[in-house]
Design a protein around this ligand. Structure first.
Ligand code: HEM
Length: 192
C-alpha cells in the first residue's frame, strides 16, 4: 500500500490490469472469485516481487552451524551464529545492478532469474529445506486482497505518514500507515 501510494502510476497500472482481467463473461461488471484469474496478473506479480525485494518482511535470517564448516573460504566452528542480511542482499548493486535501491518492478518482467542470474538472490521466503512453506499461500492471499482493494479504492499517503520501517517480529511501519482512501464506486473520501 505504501509503494502504491508513492508510485500512483503503478497503482493505476495495477488497477487497469485487475479491471481488465476480472471482467465477467458479459465484458462489464468487473468481478472474479476464480483463483485462476490470479495467474493473469503479470504486473501485480512483478510489483509484489519488487515490494518483497525492497521491504522484505523478514529482513534477516539466523543460522547456527551444526558442525565445523567452511563456507566459501571462511571457516566456522560448530555452534557459530550466522546472520544472513536479507535486506542488504536485496539491495546489493553487485547482485541486482546499479538501480538496486530504486523501485522498479519491471526488473522482474522475466521472473527472478531475469532480474538477476543469482538463483539465491531473492530471499524474502528464504530457500532450501527450511524455506517458507507458506510462500504460495501468501502470494495468493496478497494478490486476492490487492485485487479487491484496487478495484474499489484509490489511495494516497497522508501527510502524517513518517517513513520509519522497523523490524519487530517482521518489518512494519513504526508509526503505522495513514492513508487517504477514495471509494471509487461512490467517490467518497476518508482518512484511515
Ligand atoms: C509474505 C508472507 C510471508 C513471508 C515473507 C514469509 C517468510 C518466511 C521466511 C523468510 C522464513 C524462513 C525463516 C527462517 O529460516 O529463519 C519462513 C519460514 C516459515 N514460514 Fe513463512 N512467510 C510468510 C508467510 C507465511 C505463511 C502464510 C505461513 C503459513 C501458512 C508461513 C509459514 C512458515 C513456516 C511454518 C516457516 C518455518 C519453516 C521451517 O523452519 O522449516 N509463512 N517464512
Amino acid at each position: 500500500m505504501f509503494l502504491l501510494s508513492i508510485y500512483p502510476e503503478w497503482q493505476e497500472k495495477l488497477r487497469e490490469e485487475v479491471l481488465r482481467e476480472c471482467r465477467d463473461d458479459d465484458g462489464d461488471a468487473p468481478y472474479s472469485n476464480n483463483i485462476q484469474v490470479l495467474g493473469k496478473f503479470k504486473l501485480l506479480s512483478m510489483f509484489l516481487l519488487e515490494t518483497l525485494r525492497l521491504y522484505s518482511p523478514v529482513p534477516f535470517l539466523l543460522r547456527k552451524t551444526a558442525s565445523d564448516t567452511t563456507l566459501t573460504n571462511i571457516k566456522f566452528r560448530k555452534g557459530t551464529m550466522i546472520t544472513i542480511p536479507v535486506m542488504m542482499l536485496h539491495r546489493s548493486k553487485e547482485i541486482w545492478g546499479l538501480d538496486a535501491d530504486e523501485f522498479n518492478p519491471m526488473r522482474f518482467e522475466n521472473g527472478v532469474l531475469g532480474a538477476t542470474n543469482n538463483t539465491l538472490a531473492m530471499l524474502a521466503f528464504s530457500c532450501g529445506p527450511r524455506g517458507c512453506p507458506g510462500r504460495n499461500y501468501s502470494m495468493i492471499e496478497v494478490q486476492t486482497v490487492m485485487m479487491m482493494i484496487l478495484r474499489r479504492f484509490s489511495f494516497s499517503l497522508s501527510s502524517q505518514y513518517v517513513h520509519m520501517p522497523r523490524n519487530f517480529i517482521s518489518l512494519a511501519p513504526r508509526y503505522g500507515l495513514p492513508l487517504i482512501v477514495r471509494n471509487l464506486l461512490d467517490g467518497e473520501k476518508s482518512d484511515i
